[in-house]
Design a binder for this molecule. Sequence first.
Ligand code: PDD
Length: 298
Amino acid sequence: MSVLCNVEGRLVPPDQAVVPVLDRGFLYGDSVYEVVRTYSGRPFELDRHLARMDKTALRIDLTLPPRAVIVRELQRTLEAAGNPESYVRIVITRGAGEFGLSPFLARGQNRLVLIVRPLVAPPEEQYERGLQMAIARTRRNPPQALDPALKTGNYLNNILALREAHEAGADDAILLDLAGRVTEGTTSNVFFVQRGVLVTPPLSLGLLEGVTRALFIEIARTQGLILREEPHGPEALAAADEVFMTSTLREAMPVTSLVFLESHGEQVRKVADGRPGPVAKRLRAAFREYVERTHLRR
Ligand code: PDD
């Protein structure tokens, strides 16, 4: 079991994994990334992650290495790390080139870095307790600025919100858009249940299209649930029958309380009776069956 990095094809332990200080990923967050996890040692939904990375790269005009190279290096690093289950971070920066802001200074010199770590999934006890999510004062950057649909290395918006949450003693943060509508968590998407209907914010508000979000929407529909993508304020979360967050690492994690930071002082509100609800549990079980069907049996 080990943490293993792959810097432009060289497999090295983290303390020897270095990139030049003139790398644009380091200087400007001028990079794209994906987080993938394995189930039974195999990367989960790699195609969807790589498709999202293609989309981001296209939008910021960053040329990626050929997909076959990314997949080959990923497999090689996973095998060498030898973890039972891994967390994988795929990072591609625009490289170094000449010093200066203009992306044209580095054209074509991208840099592929992979970080493979033993997977640390949330403990089951966390699913029983649920999360406390802060409604951050920091707003999600609008799609017309740095579009949150892009998974770039520039995560300061999310970092600022997470900092607020941790200062308030909450586990994580949910960000509102400039109009006060719920968008997403700092590294996860949000769903809630309102009178039996499953609701999640529409992509048009400005949020990342989570691979897990898409899967839960598909699974909810096959389960016969009514799913609506519609905008709501944070009051709808506080009034919901249940709230949960989805991501590669969390699958579907219940939210059992909310901290409103924006009003005068901090206001803590329980979600329903403050215990995880049945829909998140049922959908997570169906998700696990999907994992089993598609990734575990060959
Ligand atoms: N985060 N929203 C944001 C802002 C994210 O960074 C992520 C993923 C998600 C959920 O996406 P997915 O279901 O594809 O994991 C939503 C990863 C896990 C991370 O940065 O660690």
